[in-house]
Design a protein around this ligand. Structure first.
Ligand code: HAM
Length: 418
């Protein structure tokens, strides 16, 4: 029996990678004053049909539940957030700065960087129209990636503005009902042959490609770059009007993050969706909003590719699963004494392991090495003394068992971290 296509098993090393990614996501989001929240993984299908756009609706993992409800595994968080904010709007001071880490499901064709489940960090700011929020959010996205050891040589944030395109479509006198369709064609243009995009665009192909070739600009985007420049982050961003985003609800600034080499799918994406909360609450609550989501799949690929980030990742994996102390039971008569002290050591927060059944001493030291233990404690003929062995420095000494906890504490204080 294998996993379903696009689903993953997480073996210990994969879990350690995931934990590392989540820890960085949480840490940096909190540095920016964001607070954590979450929503349900199953939602009424209607929630996505209303405003996410046809692409994501085609990818829904949906079914009828036993109560005859049409339900979907969540493909993204933004509609849930809009619903929650509209419902609890009065309970919180604006602007809200919320983040969330969770698993999402999209019935996509499995390919490099795209699976049928993935984890996302979502960071959103609700209730702020000022441009300062757009700058802050993009800075957060950049700082999260920097915290993994990635630099401006490794990734780029491509920023754009949907208003640039809606203004253009208005000038072209295209009826507003067709805007979304054209925006989707522009969104896909980077992943399709030029002729195909030209054919789909029809009369608009000439003017659209002329903008692509010249690289469109707007004062707003320049101000965004300046704002990031003031924080020393301008090197991480490029203006790229080809970015419009595949989701239908965006209204203003939009951005996507890619690896500089351009080999991978998008690492993150987001933008302003000033109308979504109003639309989902049928006008009851209207609030500007913006946010982004970063996925774990492409990020994981990129971290493994770059030397600096790979080193950080490998250290994190090693440290996560390593123990502090391995207890070697050299004489089975000492097992009960050893267990009593193991309990005390664990109560103090040390990570302690020992053999569950009798094993040769050499094998036990091998276990200690394999588990990355810093010290080994040997319970044998020396009792009531315990032999303490520093496994890095290969030094050993004998200590009375009633002084053991103090000696261990001293070791870890002097040699750093537990
Ligand atoms: P999205 O661009 O659809 O945006 O997804 C964000 C990120 O999730 C992508 O850049 C990618 O890294 C990851 N991702 C998406 N689909 C998959 C997949 N099938 N396999 C692996 N990774 C994937 C949104 O979801 C918006 N709701 C983001 C947002 C938040 N906008 C405002 N607030």
């Amino acid at each position: 029996m294998q996993t379903l296509p696009g689903f993953r098993d997480f073996l210990p090393e994969d879990c350690a990678t995931r934990n590392y990614i989540f820890a960085r996501w949480r840490e940096i989001s909190r540095r920016y004053g964001f607070v954590e929240w979450d929503g349900p993984v199953l939602e009424p299908t209607e929630l996505y049909k209303k405003k996410s756009g046809s692409e994501i609706v085609d990818q829904l993992f949906n079914f009828i539940d036993k109560g005859d409800r049409e339900v979907s595994m969540r493909p993204e968080l933004t509609p849930t957030l809009a619903r929650v904010v509209a419902a609890h709007e009065r309970a919180f001071k604006k602007p809200l700065k919320w983040f969330s880490i969770g698993q999402f499901f999209r019935y996509e064709k499995q390919q490099r960087g795209r699976l049928r489940e993935h984890y996302q960090l979502n960071c959103d700011v609700i209730g702020e129209t000022d441009f300062a929020a757009d700058i802050e959010l993009i800075a957060l996205c950049i700082d999260i990636l920097r915290s993994f050891g990635l630099t401006e040589q490794d990734f780029v944030v491509r920023i754009s503005d949907r208003e640039f395109w809606t203004d253009f479509l208005q000038q072209q006198e295209l009826p507003a009902e067709r805007w979304e369709e054209v925006l989707q064609i522009i969104d896909k243009s980077g992943r399709e042959p030029r002729e195909k995009t030209e054919e789909k665009l029809g009369n608009l192909a000439g003017p659209v490609f002329s903008i692509f070739d010249k690289g469109g600009r707007s004062g707003k985007l320049d101000r965004l770059v300046d704002g990031l420049g003031a924080r020393g982050l301008a090197g991480f961003v490029d203006i790229d009007v080809k970015i419009v985003r595949g989701l239908a609800y965006y209204t203003g600034t939009v951005f996507e993050v890619f690896d500089r080499a351009g080999k991978l799918r998008a690492i993150a994406g987001g933008g302003r969706y000033d109308k979504l909360i109003g639309q989902l609450s049928d006008g009851a609550v209207s609030m500007p909003a913006l946010g982004f989501a970063m996925g774990d799949v492409v990020l994981g690929e990129l971290l493994g590719e770059r030397a600096a980030s790979r080193e950080k990742l490998e250290t994190a994996i090693r440290n996560q699963n390593r123990i502090d102390i391995y207890v070697v039971i050299a004489k089975e008569q000492r097992r009960a004494d050893a267990l009593e002290q193991i309990q005390e050591l664990r109560d103090r927060g040390y990570r302690v392991d020992y053999p569950l059944t009798a094993e040769k001493v050499g094998k036990q030291f091998q276990n200690a090495e394999n588990a990355g233990a810093r010290i080994a404690l040997l319970y044998g003929d020396e009792w009531p003394q315990v032999k303490i062995k520093n496994l890095d420095a290969r030094e050993e000494s004998l200590i009375p068992n009633d002084a053991l906890l103090d000696s261990v504490a001293k070791f870890f204080t002097v040699s750093g971290s537990v």
